[in-house]
Design a protein around this ligand. Structure first.
Ligand code: 4AD
Ligand code: MG
Length: 453
């Protein structure tokens, strides 16, 4: 079915456009080549990685004047007749009957002339890189993942809620927060205020009324870690379920990740092929393997045993009580199990105050989901809903009870077992696109020393 609005885009025309029908297409020139008699323009409009071949006969009225402007990067509107393509590797091509240049692009200065620019260079022109093949594919997949997220949770009765961006509580207790100020020395909010690191605590309050909720919002961390997996501003999806425990949390995490992959396979086949060809040769295999396998479920203690027995010389030593580093996570998921791994039962000393305390008195019902190439993609837990345990833990961590008064109050009335997690959205986009640097899966990355655009 051809939609009336917006006008048909190139993806639709390539797949379903009717031969011998007339269409008007708009897009940007990827390349132009030709001879005396005929010119071939590869036109792309961002709907798919492929370009539509536009055949421009030399005798087209006014062409002589237009031709210098039909250059890489220029935007065109073309009316034409769709015909079978004699051999360009595409089903159809458009025989131009009228060409209008909407916006010229000076070939002397347009930076995206050639194919094969490095991702580092493209990062320095983040305002233009959405027009490149790889970034088109990445941002289309990013959109699919966002829309599939809302479908997944919506279909299961989760309520989409919004939690504050400006907050006074440090959810993760890690102290890596940006403060919010005006130029005025008086605190605007009457107390110190920060950009949130997670919407979880507020989401718990909503789960205690609505049962099932999720957030999808920006989060901020002032960690000074310049890694390929950390941003200062990133997006997180945080479901929270009242009346559910750590096992339900694992079931939800696995079903959600698989639903994301299903959506990408369904909607972005051409994008996946492009990224597999030019970015990550194991991409499709890794994603299919993730979609088709039951995730491994192990405890932290079992993970430590596996790592110790592995005989590997890790950069960071392995010992019970120390956090898993990315090299350990990747060994578990890529080398040992060769599929995603869900790890629970972490030592309480390395996890946040809100996690449910297990009976052994030394572990908490934390959940980290590890996937190949990325390591941790999801962090979550069952929450500590027992007020006495929660209070004791806050005090043991040296936190000020008055800072968490409302959160404690929440568990004073009608507390129930509840659980949730946070999916790092950019890590999910990295996983689904094969991109190796997290700065290349968000349109305008913010990282230490970097807030351009
Ligand atoms: O493991 P984290 O810190 O968990 C939380 O914030 C919980 N409050 C979530 C919850 O239970 N509702 O972060 C969750 C995920 C990580 O697994 C990782 O994928 C991602 O967020 N993440 C980052 N992504 C990009 N840049 C950073 N600096 C990130 N820090 C965490
Ligand atoms: Mg974590």
């Amino acid at each position: 079915m051809k939609s009336e609005f917006p006008a048909p885009r190139i993806r639709w025309i390539l797949e379903s456009g009717e031969v011998d029908a007339r269409y008007t297409v708009r897009g940007w020139v990827r390349t132009r080549r030709g001879s005396k008699n005929v010119h071939f323009v590869a036109l792309n409009d961002g709907s798919t990685p492929a370009a539509l071949q536009v055949v421009v006969p030399a005798e087209l009225p006014g062409l002589e004047e237009l031709l210098p402007q039909i250059a890489t990067g220029a935007s065109l509107e073309v009316d034409g007749l769709l015909v079978e393509s004699p051999g360009s590797g595409q089903r159809v091509e458009l025989r131009a009957e009228a060409v209008r240049v909407l916006g010229a692009a000076d070939p002397e200065t347009y930076p995206l002339q050639k194919k094969g620019h490095s991702f580092e260079f493209l990062r320095s022109i983040a305002h233009l890189r959405p027009r490149s093949n790889s970034f088109g594919a990445v941002f289309r997949i990013r959109s699919t993942l966002a829309q599939a997220t809302h479908r997944f949770f919506g279909d299961r009765g989760f309520n989409y809620i919004q939690t504050p961006i400006i907050t006074a509580s440090d959810c993760e207790g890690a102290g890596a927060m940006f403060e919010v100020h005006t130029r005025d020395p008086e605190p605007f909010f009457g107390r110190p205020a920060m950009l949130t690191v997670s919407g979880q605590l507020n989401a718990e309050a909503l789960a205690y009324g609505l049962g099932l909720v999720y957030t999808f919002g920006p989060t901020f961390r002032a960690e000074n870690s310049n890694t390929s997996r950390h941003l200062s501003e990133f997006w997180m999806i945080e479901p929270e379920m009242a009346f559910h425990d750590i096992h339900d949390d694992m079931d939800l995490a696995e079903a959600y990740l698989k639903a994301l992959l299903d959506a990408v396979f369904e909607r972005n086949a051409a994008d996946l092929e492009l990224l597999q060809r030019f970015v990550e040769p194991t991409l499709i295999e890794t994603l299919s393997n993730t979609r088709d396998n039951v995730f491994e479920r192990i405890t932290y203690t079992e993970a430590i045993e596996i790592l110790e027995r592995s005989g590997r010389a890790f950069e960071f030593p392995v010992s019970w009580g120390a956090d898993l580093q990315s090299e350990h996570e990747r060994f578990l998921t890529e080398t040992h199990f060769k599929k995603p791994v869900m790890v629970t039962g972490y030592p309480k000393g390395i996890k946040a105050f809100y996690m449910f305390q297990n009976d052994d008195d030394r572990t908490v019902a934390a959940l980290d989901v590890l996937v190949p190439r990325i390591g941790e993609i999801i962090g979550g837990s069952q929450r500590e809903h027992r007020l006495d345990r929660l209070t004791a833990r806050l005090l043991a961590d040296g936190m000020q009870l008055e800072d968490y008064e409302w959160y404690l109050d929440l568990h004073r009335y009608g507390a129930v077992p509840h659980a949730g997690f946070g999916l790092g959205f950019e890590r999910a986009v990295m996983f689904c696109t094969g991109m190796a640097n997290i700065r290349d899966v968000i349109p305008f990355p913010r990282a230490p020393g970097q807030a351009a655009f």
